[in-house]
Design a protein around this ligand. Structure first.
Ligand code: DON
Length: 565
């Protein structure tokens, strides 16, 4: 059923680089097209800064650092130095790798730290305020990227963010709304008003002078400024005054980890994604390998059958996630078994076209011999053919809402990604078990899934998404949109999405999703939830077209923007 790819030979109606306008080739609506390099991120300023670095001769890793720091300034709800993230990369010679700069639990963290005297989870404590903060990893991450792969001087990469902070960032309509919605949380977390605590409107400019000072110190003194210098002192003093437990020892002890990506085959493609402590790569492998035998392309896109097969695969993968997955430095994860074709086909044997499986009747699978909204993603391809997929976060919008005023930045609330108590859902409704219990210096389980797809040993897609537990399923649907339905990258990211995560036992649909199939799905026993998720994920991706050009797909759900040259 695949349409033949005729991009090369059909008439190109309009091609524009460095603009948001769409290009139409034949019957496809394409995103921004570029010949050599592309950055797709949540903010125009950040994408432009990344591109500029590559125009100056920098590679994808240089651009990663500059883009990341520009998002810190222009997209403070998720761009950060007070959070953490993951990077998956693929070099032009095919070498791959993954960097884990995820936050860690402080040394003084304890398993039951979010339980009240009755043993119930006090989610206010794990979600808002100083006790929710994990030890940040972002600055360690970007310095490690620079040490290993950077080609331009670090000063050149941080300068654009400093200038942006000094000159100010113009607030978009969506951003104004988002900031205004969070005013009460800013006040309760900081016990006072902060810089961002105003009634914002589209077109206002925010200058981040304290943040510019912090970035300047980092430019001069390097990584240690954040983990051992003045910035470290500002963080510890501020957090401890508000009742938090992060100490100087915690910051001084923070280390990133290079990890081997999860790689697997889906039909004739190779998928490369984030390993634990993200659940992304393993769940993505489980879902895609479970649906592979069904020959997905025979079902119309977003049809009942399509939704059924995917939902049942998702249900089973998320049940396994909740039991088996956690920080690999603390728990033993049976990755090979969980992603094996034998195990996954057994897992799908009770899938019934005539009736939904009940999540209550399903738990994790059995492994023989086993002894456990607001993030941001950007994708980069450089003129040398290297590619980088980065997802970075403070967890919730503006993280814990704790704003280190003298430093000018927010701190994460990543501690909520741990399982505070087995069986009790976190902010994303995710249930966890012992594998993801809190322990000092442990990394909390994540769903962030920066991912790269290859075909015949060549780069094909770079993608990822925010969206908590829905990240994995958003990434997965975009892979299918391109591989099975032959969509352009822009079409793929724009399509309505759905999501199932075992518990709660309902399929979440975006509000734009066509309701035509709902009555039949309900009859089959599926619970439909269209009330909770106006949008699911925000996918920023790059597709290598058959003629070698790059197509940026910037998700229309946000202010996302693709730039290239
Ligand atoms: O690591 C995770 O899975 C979450 N902390 C990600 C949070 C997120 O995507 C929020 N965005 N909407």
């Amino acid at each position: 059923m695949k349409k033949s790819i005729t991009l090369l030979f059909t008439s190109i109606l309009c091609i524009q680089c460095n603009t948001k306008s769409k290009t139409t080739i034949s019957d496809k609506t394409l995103g921004v097209i570029a010949e050599k390099a592309m950055v797709v991120s949540a903010r125009e300023e950040a994408s432009k800064i990344g591109i500029d670095i590559m125009k100056q001769g920098g590679n994808a890793f240089d651009a990663m650092i500059a883009t990341d720091l520009a998002l810190l300034v222009s997209y403070p709800s998720a761009g950060n130095i007070g959070g953490g993230g993951f990077m998956v990369f693929r070099m032009n010679d095919g070498a791959i790798g993954a960097l884990d700069y995820r936050e860690k639990a402080p040394l003084a963290a304890t398993k039951n730290m979010y339980l009240d005297k009755n043993g119930n989870v006090d989610s206010d404590k794990s979600q808002i305020g100083a006790l929710a903060v994990g030890v940040p990893g972002t600055i360690a991450g970007i310095f490690e990227v620079h040490r290993k792969f950077g080609t331009l001087p670090f000063e050149k990469l941080i300068d654009p963010a400093i200038q942006l902070a000094l000159n100010g960032v113009v607030v978009t309509e969506k951003q104004a709304q988002n900031l205004n919605d969070h005013t009460p949380d800013f006040r309760s977390a900081n016990k006072k008003t902060i810089l961002l605590d105003k009634l914002w409107k589209k077109g206002d400019t925010i200058k981040y002078l304290k943040l510019a000072e912090t970035l300047n110190r980092i430019k001069i003194y390097g990584r240690d400024e954040f983990y051992k210098g003045k910035t470290a002192n500002l963080i510890v003093d501020y957090v401890q005054n508000l009742g938090g437990i992060i100490s100087k020892e915690d910051l001084a002890a923070y280390e990133v980890k290079w990890r081997d990506p999860i790689t697997f085959k889906y039909k004739n493609h190779r998928i490369i994604s984030m390993p634990p402590p993200s659940s992304g790569g393993i769940c993505l492998a489980q879902i895609l390998k479970s649906i592979e035998p069904f020959d997905i392309e025979q079902y119309p896109h977003n049809s009942t059958e399509y939704i059924q097969v995917i939902t049942e695969a998702e249900r089973r993968a998320y049940a396994d996630r909740s039991y088996f997955l956690g920080d690999p430095d603390f728990v033993n994860i049976p990755t090979d078994s969980l992603t094996s074709e034998t195990y996954l086909s057994k897992r799908m044997t009770d899938f019934d076209w005539k009736q939904a499986t009940k999540s209550s009747a399903l738990s994790r699978g059995f492994i023989p011999g086993y002894e456990s909204n607001e993030t941001t993603h950007y994708s980069i391809v450089d003129p040398f053919g290297n590619s980088v997929a980065v997802t970075t976060t403070l967890n919730s919008s503006y993280g814990s809402k704790v704003y280190v005023e003298e430093g000018g930045f927010f701190l994460n609330n990543e501690m909520d990604d741990f399982s505070a108590k087995p069986g009790t859902p976190n902010v994303y409704g995710l249930i966890g078990a012992e594998a993801n219990a809190i322990a000092p210096q442990k990394r909390m389980l994540s769903s962030m899934s920066p991912t790269i797809v290859e075909k015949n040993g060549q780069l094909k897609i770079v993608l990822g998404s925010p969206g908590g537990s829905t990240i994995i399923t958003s990434v997965m649907q975009n892979i299918l949109n391109v591989l099975e339905y032959d969509m352009s990258m822009q079409e793929a990211v724009s399509k309505p999405r759905f999501h199932h995560q075992w518990l709660p036992d309902s399929i979440k649909f975006e509000s734009s999703f066509d309701t035509l199939n709902f009555p039949y799905l309900k009859k089959l026993g599926y619970n439909i939830d269209q009330s909770n998720a106006p949008i699911i994920g925000k996918v920023d991706a790059i597709l290598v077209l058959p003629n070698g050009q790059l197509e940026g797909g910037a998700d229309p759900r946000g202010d996302d923007s693709a730039h290239g040259f």
